[in-house]
Ligand binder design. Structure first.
Ligand code: SAM
Length: 269
């Protein structure tokens, strides 16, 4: 990012520690990151050299999932939690390309997301970005911008894509899911992708994430599936990301990178 010497602290941006949003921007080949974020990613590539591909798989399933939700599931309201910095195939672009009436609220707790999101969304009155913490789902549901764009009496897509693994066990990720899903009506959908303890390399990566970034829980496929309890899990279930309704050929043998994250979508009955 240009201007490493700029007074970022005045915007609440700490350039002395890696941030989740900026480290993700590194692996998506973005420009909104600092030396400290690139150094962190450098450490992760030592245990999972495919980490850049993993980020691409996550963006690809996000696109496929939102397209499914906006078309076949007929959803026109999206609450995208832990949305990250604007990149390619953002939720509102995918959803509004299918249904120009679709409304999207992006939520992230990193101030850099708000700064960049506002610029991207300046002329889109059906989409907004707010700064809030997903660990406080009640205040997100009560937020004035959320209530303006999301009608909680009609089906909502609740997106927790690449974020629940940044909540420690004692931060009660299941409570976050339950609070959000209890607030939305039947026909709403939950969309989750998550780091998975699917290989020794994944377990080594978890150690690095926790030591250097402070978050990054790699949960088992069973633990990730449990987030969807009480809902109708759509085919093919909770699977390695490239296996969720692929639109390109899937390799016969999956690599560590293919299996590093699992994801799925379910419908609230
Ligand atoms: N959802 C996007 C995707 O999958 O492409 C971005 C995922 S990025 C890996 C995770 C995002 O979650 C980051 O932008 C980070 O700032 C945000 N995040 C982490 N913890 C959060 C929290 N407690 N509340 C809100 N956002 C959070």
């Amino acid at each position: 990012m240009a201007g490493q010497d700029y007074d970022w602290a005045s915007l609440g941006i700490d350039v002395t520690k890696p941030s989740i949003a900026r480290a993700y921007d590194v692996v998506l080949n973005g420009k909104d990151n600092f030396d400290v974020d690139r150094a962190f990613v450098g450490e992760i590539t030592k245990v999972v050299p495919e980490i850049y591909d993993v980020a691409a798989y996550n963006r690809e399933i996000l696109g496929r999932g939102v397209r499914y939700l906006a078309t076949e599931a007929g959803i026109d309201q999206f609450l995208d939690l832990g949305s990250g910095l604007p990149t390619v195939q953002n939720t509102h672009q995918v959803a509004q390309s299918v249904n120009p009436e679709a409304q999207v609220v992006y939520v992230d707790n990193d101030p850099i997301v708000l700064a960049h999101g506002r610029a991207l969304l300046a002329e889109n009155d059906r989409t907004t970005v707010i700064t809030a913490d997903v660990r406080e789902p009640e205040s997100i549901l009560a937020d004035a911008d959320v209530r303006r764009l999301i009608d909680l009496d009609r089906p909502v897509a609740v997106m927790l894509v690449g974020i629940l693994h940044h909540l420690h066990d004692d931060e009660r990720p299941q409570h976050v899911v339950d609070t959000l899903m209890n607030a939305v009506p039947s026909g709403s959908h939950l969309f989750v992708t998550h780091f998975c303890a699917s290989s020794p390399e994944a377990v080594a990566a978890e150690k690095k994430y926790l030591a250097l970034l402070g978050t990054g829980r790699f949960r088992t496929p069973e633990e990730i599936t449990a987030y969807f309890e009480g809902m109708e899990l759509l085919e093919p279930g909770v699977v390695p990301l490239p296996l969720w309704r692929p639109d390109t050929e899937v390799p016969a043998e999956l690599t560590v990178g293919h299996r590093l994250m699992y994801g799925g979508i379910a419908r609230k009955p």
